[in-house]
Ligand binder design. Structure first.
Ligand SMILES: C[S@@+](CC[C@H](N)C(=O)[O-])C[C@H]1O[C@@H](n2cnc3c(N)ncnc32)[C@H](O)[C@@H]1O
Length: 358
């Protein structure tokens, strides 16, 4: 019975679990989730072998899970660790859960909570002892071997940890959390959401081909200008639509046209490349507006936020997704729709819509 461990923002465990139940069931799993709030962790347990197809069942991809930041497999709880020898029992747990005896990385991490963050210095200090214990247990460190898993130790406390491993997704952010530096001259911290969206929702190839210098963008709900700032960094000309004030240095750049208008009434004079929207409004209303821009062929691609302040966030996101497809009249065969609850998001998720071949 393999146990998957899914990481989410603390407080979003129920949304992460609802989505995991749904996606694992679609992939043929019958299993159940456990939530470990307030740690921001969700476990999924289910039968791995597919009798009908005589093979392992497919595992939902991280990119298909909106409320999951990181997904690990082979999770097992190790309790009652003593200060005399923590590393030995942890290495023994890896012996039971990891296929093979090589590993390409050792990751020590903790929940994204205040209590979890207090364990960060210990994680760093404990790493050499853990590597030694793995070596003593017969594991070989092979950083260049792409087939070898990354071994994760997730500390819930000094006495209680999870072991788990990751066979794919080399280069993923630790804990699914990107460490982005806030640019001093950006007008709001929201700027980090769009920067993370470019990194989390697009491949390097897509960034090269889609984020084009000299492109035309519209930013709906732009004030004070954190998203507009990111677009200027990429060389876009931006029409910023908001009754609120825009940051003066952005306006002085000569790249920004500020329209003090209602975003629901604003229409571009010609089709633009990129539409972004970070308006605080009902998510179904925003999803419908975004759909209309595509239906009227007013933009080629878009990144937008849906604020989900209600309890059933997973269900609300699915309703918004259906509204978007219906209003836009786009087909999932021709367009990608990706969504993620980003690290820099709170009660909101970020969506990207783009033609499949762009
Ligand atoms: C979260 S803030 C946007 C922050 C911005 N993305 C940034 O990075 O600085 C939401 C903005 O949406 C604007 N807004 C809400 N409803 C709007 C509407 N109907 N038309 C235009 N702007 C609207 C608000 O005035 C507010 O400035």
């Amino acid at each position: 019975m393999p146990r998957f461990l899914l990481f989410c923002r603390p407080g979003f465990e129920k949304d992460c679990a609802s989505e995991a139940n749904d996606r694992f069931a679609q992939a043929g799993w019958s299993g159940r989730t456990h939530t470990f709030d307030p740690h921001g962790l969700v476990g999924f347990e289910g039968e791995f072998y597919d009798e009908a197809h005589r093979g392992p069942k497919p595992v939902p991809k991280l990119s298909e899970l909106v409320f999951t930041r990181q997904i690990l497999e082979g999770a097992a709880l190790v309790k009652d660790l003593s200060a005399q020898d923590r590393a030995g029992p942890i290495a023994a747990a890896f012996l039971e859960t990891v296929p093979g005896r090589s590993y390409r990385a050792l990751v020590l991490e903790h929940p994204d909570t205040n209590e979890g963050r207090a364990l960060a210095p210990f994680c760093k200090k404990f790493t050499p002892a853990m590597n030694n214990a793995l070596r003593r247990a017969g594991f070989q460190f092979e950083p260049q071997n792409p087939a070898a898993p990354a071994l994760h130790v997730i500390l819930l406390s000094y006495e209680k940890i999870y072991v788990a491993h990751n066979r794919g997704a080399k280069g993923q952010w630790k804990g699914g959390i990107p460490r982005l530096k806030f640019p001093e001259d950006a007008p709001s911290r929201s700027t980090l959401k769009l920067e993370e969206a470019f990194l989390a929702l697009m491949s390097e190839n897509e960034r090269t081909h889609l984020l084009k210098e000299g492109g035309m963008a519209v930013d709906l709900g732009a004030s004070p200008g954190g998203w507009t700032y990111q677009l200027l960094q990429k060389g876009y000309y931006v029409t910023a639509v908001d009754h609120g004030k825009m940051d003066e240095p952005l306006l002085a750049s000569g790249m920004v046209d500020h329209r003090e208008e209602d975003a629901y009434k604003y229409k571009p004079r010609q089709a633009i490349d990129l539409l972004v929207c970070d308006m605080v409004d009902k998510p179904q209303k925003v999803a419908s507006l975004m759909g209309k821009w595509f239906q009227q062929k007013q933009c080629r691609w878009a990144i937008f936020n849906l604020k989900l302040p209600m309890k059933k966030r997973f269900e609300e996101w699915e309703i918004c997704r259906d509204i978007f497809w219906k209003e836009s009249q786009l087909s999932p065969e021709q367009f990608d729709l990706r969504a993620k609850h980003l690290y820099h998001n709170r009660d909101e998720i970020t969506l990207l819509v783009k033609p499949k071949r762009a």
